[in-house]
Ligand binder design. Structure first.
Ligand code: MAN
Length: 353
């Protein structure tokens, strides 16, 4: 399959984003949801900021404190044997069952705007920022579904009690209505379909089950976008393949003549993240018609292979124009990039079940 990566890649890097917090570095501007608003293309960036430690033996963990409306810094000594710092994204506590203590950075959502889809300007201020206890470790990986003149934006809300998916909506990307948590913990990678199918809204979601099961894609229905039911298991891991470790929805599903096309991410157990596609029945999206045998996009470019967390391509949104699928995607948990793919070539590449 031909993939055309923009010459301007990476389109946005952490250097393009001024830190919002004093004494922090921007370490990531990635995994952006995408929206077309007026004559602009918006990327809703996940911006990750990390406190700069004054002491090399000390790690500072950022925690949003809703009572103060500001970020507290928790000091952890690097030689403290209770903690494991081997994963750059998280600080693990080896003495507790979950193994989790803190994230190393705090994420929020910031808008980058463009007219040509290649050159973006980043807003000075955050667009959606943590505002409550369930977001005290940050908000991550936004996706945007436009229904009529309303844009629904949903994201992972991370806190010590778990990761769930919360939703806000906007009509103008200025004022925001908060709708609360729509999928309880542990859940990520929610993707709301852009129109009703047989009278119901549909959403993909990805529970991270802890007792029985795996991190796989589910589908649910709703009458109102807020209360979701009739959950069904949609797609699973595939042993020995590129999506054997974890999978989750990626870009907002879009209608094609053959079915709903979902660009999803799949990772190996070694955390190499690729993008592939699922084709779902137009009248019943809980039925999988076809699926990628091999990825439609793999991390091969330098900016995809190297970064804060390398070997990652992770799309949260695409813009489809005729046969052209402009897939925007986060690279190496660091920056944003875009690649154009042919819709026909994606459909032709699928393995029909
Ligand atoms: C994983 C990664 C991180 C993310 C945390 C919490 O460790 O996806 O990027 O910050 O989960 O969501």
């Amino acid at each position: 399959m031909k993939t055309y990566r923009y010459e301007q890649n990476p389109l946005i890097t952490p250097k393009d984003v001024k830190p919002f917090h004093e004494g922090f570095d921007v370490i990531g501007a990635f995994n952006a949801g995408v929206a077309v608003y007026g004559d602009e293309i918006l990327m809703l960036l996940r911006v990750a900021e990390r406190p700069i430690s004054p002491d090399p033996d000390l790690v500072l963990a950022p925690v949003f404190n809703p009572d103060r409306g500001a970020v507290d810094l928790v000091e952890i000594r690097k030689d403290d044997v209770r903690y494991d710092f081997s994963d750059p994204r998280v600080i693990r506590d080896v003495t507790v069952t979950s193994g989790f203590a803190y994230l190393t950075s705090l994420s929020y959502i910031r808008i980058a705007r463009s007219r040509d889809g290649r050159h973006f300007t980043v807003d000075d201020q955050p667009f959606v920022y943590p505002s409550q206890q369930l977001e005290s470790f940050g908000i991550e990986d936004p996706r945007v579904t436009q229904i009529g003149d309303t844009y629904y934006i949903y994201f992972s809300a991370v806190s010590p009690v778990g990761i769930g998916e919360s939703m806000v909506s906007t009509k103008d990307f200025v004022s925001v209505v908060h709708h609360g948590m729509i999928f309880g913990p542990d859940n990520k990678d929610v993707l709301i379909f852009p129109e009703k199918v047989n009278g119901k809204y549909y959403a993909l979601h990805r529970p991270t089950v802890k007792s029985i099961g795996y991190p796989e894609i589910w589908i649910a229905e709703s009458d109102n976008l807020l209360y979701w039911g009739n959950h069904k298991h949609l797609a699973g891991l595939r042993e020995g393949m590129w999506d054997s470790g974890r999978i989750g929805g990626g870009a907002v599903p879009f209608r094609t003549e053959k079915g709903w096309l979902e660009l999803y991410h799949g990772a190996t157990k070694e955390h190499r993240y690729c993008m592939g596609a699922l084709l779902l029945d137009l009248d019943d999206p809980s039925k999988v018609i076809a699926r990628s045998g091999v990825p439609v996009l793999e991390p091969v470019a330098d900016y995809e292979r190297n970064g804060f967390f390398g070997d990652v391509v992770f799309s949260c949104g695409a813009i489809v124009e005729g046969d052209t699928v402009k897939m925007y995607y986060g690279v190496a948990d660091t920056s944003m990039a875009c690649a154009e793919l042919s819709l026909q070539e994606i459909l032709d590449s699928l393995v029909y079940l």
